[in-house]
Design a protein around this ligand. Sequence first.
Ligand SMILES: [Fe+2]
Length: 197
Amino acid sequence: MLAEAASRVPRFVDHREGDVPDGRWKALALHGLGSDKTLGFEAYGVPEAGQADAYQWTDAADLCPATTAYVKSTFPEAQFGRVRLMLLRPGGRVPFHADYSERKLASISIALNHPAGCRFLYRDRGVVHEVPFADGRAFAVNLSYEHSVVNDSRVDRFHLIVHVLRGNAQFRELFLRSFSLYGDPREDVNGQRPVSG
Ligand SMILES: [Fe+2]
């Protein structure tokens, strides 16, 4: 999937370029309102009640068959929201921001790669933590916490973000089993510690 994503970089579009200049944050929607529609439904005038019907597999899904097959087989019969490949180029810094006002686990982020020098940080009550992403690791990150992503490596960083609007029994089982195994990374996994006060 990493090679597939890297081969499609010319199809990626700038994502939230007001926050991250110089084209260092890019995205490609495999499922959504269009391959170049990388923001949420609100940005395109689609009512929340209509989003499930509006989202479809895009032409980019055909260009990324291995990734699309992975998503469909991992979450079969799920109703997907956006499914996007996200690219943070070397030197890219996504400033701290919160995506939601209410606490929720709205998406799953899968690191196709996570080179040394890349960090996914979030801030909770003034303390900054790092989500322990690594090549191939996936997390459901609560993006209502302020978070920031930096790429201080020399290579492109690709993550796959999957929004499941309605999961099936297999999805719920996968989610609950993962949570029971790994839970909140602050509490233990990989010796996770706050990275600054
Ligand atoms: Fe975000």
